[in-house]
Design a protein around this ligand. Structure first.
Ligand SMILES: [Zn+2]
Length: 113
């Protein structure tokens, strides 16, 4: 465990996962094209229940520039769960930079006006 079979070096363990399942971000299994997947314990990977493998997964919305306002309308959240604390980390955009904090985004209420 922890060693990639393709020789690309050690796989890093995740410290967080996105709050929604990989399929919410249009990821599918790159081996069987299935959607019976969840986040892998390794960074940059998904776990396929059908293939029983950690695998990078298919192309997803992360591969291109993410139209943040569109994803918001679609109900896609990029909030994260810190695996150590179990706390929700909220994605925020401050001065054009994306960051995650453990307090809810006050801007969200302003946008709803
Ligand atoms: Zn698969």
């Amino acid at each position: 465990m922890g060693q990639r079979l393709d020789g690309k070096g050690k796989m890093k363990k995740r410290t967080w996962i996105y709050i929604q399942p990989p399929t919410a971000y249009e990821i599918s299994c790159d081996i069987c094209s299935g959607h019976n997947i969840t986040w892998s314990e390794f960074t940059g990977c998904i776990w396929c229940y059908d293939c029983q493998k950690d695998t990078p997964g298919s192309n997803s919305i992360f591969d291109g520039p993410i139209p943040y306002e569109v994803t918001k309308l679609l109900g896609i959240s990029f909030d994260r769960i810190d695996l150590k604390t179990g706390k929700r980390l909220y994605m925020k955009i401050k001065d054009g930079k994306i960051l995650w904090e453990d307090t809810p985004n006050a801007d969200d209420t302003i946008n709803n006006v």
